[in-house]
Write a protein that binds this ligand. Structure first.
Ligand code: C2E
Ligand code: MG
Ligand code: MG
Ligand code: MG
Length: 287
């Protein structure tokens, strides 16, 4: 009987592996046409200043509506796009759309101080990211410091080769933020190996605030470290007022999360900026 159960489990397992494999295949096939078929769009999550809730930026987050599978989250398809080499074309599309949208907002007199765009490490490795960004800023007449590129700690593995590209991007005036900070494998020492402007505290630490003293200790350590390295800090995934208060007490100045806004369509952002127009202010230069 135990054997039969074992066999059952094994076949269940096989079955779900097969399903997963075919889902991945569908995703990969879908991704090959995703740009031509206009199934991708960007949503935007506002970034706020904790002191007064003013909108000081927005992060572009990719959304995919698959004709058969429905909404597929980036967590699911970005890794597939990275492994099958489609991430560069998709990443270029994202940068183009994001800069175009920012130019549109600016042309409409809506002053959004900065946008953040997630960039895969593959885009640094496999394309002329610097040339592309330079061209986009020029074409859309955008001040370089309006654009922040979000990179992850996986970049540290290639630190030596990519350091030059990052430095040139920063020389151009573009900002670099380290996303999901604290979840990767980088050591603190590595932080000084790459030119960065901002640390983005991962939402797993924010979620633990109030439940664990360790999380508060980590956030405080990040803030202290950032100050001493001259980096700004933003917290992601703020969902409750208690978390917001905690973050403020710990000295974090900027945040994003569902407590403030979910990721919204560009039209919803336009409406939000319009309604808030009078309160829009440029962010403080640095921490
Ligand atoms: P991320 O850059 O760390 O983005 C934050 C994620 O947290 C987003 O998920 C956002 O919708 C979600 N989020 C924001 N506030 C809250 C909150 O208060 N609570 C909770 N539980 N979640 C919150 P999303 O949009 O599913 O994106 C997931 C990841 O996919 C992103 O993580 C980013 O790594 C990647 N991604 C998204 N767009 C792009 C893109 O254009 N290019 C690349 N390379 N990666 C992207
Ligand atoms: Mg991000
Ligand atoms: Mg993040
Ligand atoms: Mg994260």
């Amino acid at each position: 009987e135990a054997k039969a159960r074992g066999r059952n489990r094994a076949s269940l397992f096989d079955n779900s592996m097969t399903q997963e494999a075919s889902a991945l295949l569908q995703i990969e096939q879908g991704l090959r046409q995703v740009l031509q078929t206009r199934q991708l769009r960007l949503h935007w999550q506002p970034m706020v200043r904790l002191a007064d809730g003013a909108i000081i930026g927005a992060e572009a987050l990719l959304r995919w509506h698959h004709p058969k599978l429905g909404e597929i989250g980036p967590q699911r398809f970005i890794p597939v796009a990275e492994s099958c080499g489609l991430i560069c074309a998709i990443g270029s599309w994202v940068l183009e759309q994001a800069c175009g949208q920012l130019a549109e907002w600016r042309a409409a007199g809506l002053l959004l101080p900065r946008i953040a765009v997630n960039v895969s490490v593959r885009q640094f490795e496999q394309q002329d990211l610097l040339g592309q960004v330079r061209e986009l800023l020029r074409r859309h007449a955008l001040p370089p410091d309006c654009l922040e590129l979000e990179v992850t700690e996986s970049l540290f593995a290639q630190a030596a080769q990519l350091r030059g590209v990052l430095q040139q991007l920063r020389a151009l005036g573009v900002r670099i933020a380290l996303d999901d900070f604290g979840t990767g494998f980088s050591s603190l020492g590595q932080l000084t190996a790459l030119p960065l402007d901002r640390l983005k505290i991962d939402r797993s630490f924010v979620a633990e605030l109030g439940h664990s003293n360790d999380a508060a200790a980590v956030v405080l350590a990040v803030v202290t470290l950032a100050r001493s390295l001259g980096l700004a800090v933003i917290a992601e995934g703020v969902e409750t007022e208690a978390q917001r208060e905690h973050l403020r007490e710990l000295g974090v100045e900027e945040a994003q999360g569902w407590l403030y806004h979910r990721a919204l369509s560009a039209a919803a952002i336009t409406a939000l900026l319009d309604a808030r127009g009078g309160r829009l202010q440029l962010p403080p230069k640095a921490l």
